[in-house]
Design a protein around this ligand. Sequence first.
Ligand code: GLU
Ligand code: MG
Length: 438
Amino acid sequence: MADERIAAVAVTFVDTAGITRAKGVPLAAFEHAAAWGVGATPVFDAFGADDSIAAAPVANPTGDLRLLPDLDRVVALAAQPGWAWAPADRWTQEGEPHPGCARLLAARIVDRLAEAGCTARAALEVEWVVYRDGGKDPVPAATGPAYGMTRLVELSDYGVDLLRALEAEGVAVRQFHPEYTPSQFELSVAPESPVAAADTAVLVRTTIRGVAARHGLAVSFAPAVTDPGVGNGGHLHLSLLRDGRNVFAGGDGRFGLTTEAEAFAAGILRRLPALLAVGAPSVASYLRLLPSRWAGAFACWGRENREAALRLVTGSHGEEASAANVEVKCIDQAANPYLLVGAVLAAGLAGLAEGGSLPEPVHADPAGLSDDERARLGVRRLPTDLAAAVAAFEAEPALTEAFGPGLTETLLAVRRAEADAHGGRTAAEIIAATRWRW
Ligand code: GLU
Ligand code: MG
């Protein structure tokens, strides 16, 4: 039997390209690390998903940052006996918050929300494909039908070990189910405060990978895994509370929305093209973000519309006050979850300041509507490539201001380098290059 005593803590942060980077600290050194941080170069901010380094000012080999583990979130990793995990904030050696720290950015936007008298609850869905091995032409581990019980039988021990591991880690799993694509699964968790939700996304994916490794399996969270095919989304559920009351329920508007919920959602809806530079940050993201694949390829909203980029979830009659939320569907797990919650909340905050309202809801697959009907409803196709999303981000003051000049410049450089690196590649080549990265 493995020695279960903690030997080391994996201290992690997520970089601009959405890769979780880690430093292991032996238990004996952890007290020092907790007080003074663990050294890490700021160059990580310029890393691409393929480990190339973009030409950004931050890609300077001098200087150091301190990774400060969040001691409130240290968890023993159930699938990696002997290891614990802690998400870190990044500070400078002078004791200033690092302007490129995604986790601190998310916390800053949450503070701004508090200044506006609101709190948010968030949850990130996780989708992944399980393979027999992690090779070049991997074989799906489950062969049963989409959403089929067969898959839960085929991977019965894997599934139950995963749920037990997450329970031991204190993750409140709501549901685990077989998804559409061959050998694809999805797991959803209960909502939390936004930074905690992003932490949970990192922990859940680490655990999914760890349990798979113990079963001799490999997993992919990449946006696109087959061409053509349905990919892995990373949908974000958000609700907004004022005075502890969910503004997405109990209002006089459509489906019980309050004017405040409408303004918040409208702020997100109109900024979706720009938000894609954060939430669909890979060239591979655009192989996933296609019409009629439940990926939300059109900028519109609708109650329980799985083809709308913004899906209003009301919950069942009677539970609306706790259940109602808005789901951003057009995003995937190549996204840095901290940048993602920060950016989406910043868009919502801008919406609150604008006081706008939502257009007509859409109750059909927008791909099936005529051009005239889409124009009448104001439904637009979201950017179809990374370059268009990056241009939209650059032109969106609510996001560039929230990110600040340094992080904005780094993000643009990393995304452009990524677009260049994949330029001229076929879909199959992009999938092969990105399948195992996140
Ligand atoms: N796999 C789909 C996506 O790429 C989502 C399926 C669902 O609605 O859960 O977003
Ligand atoms: Mg799903």
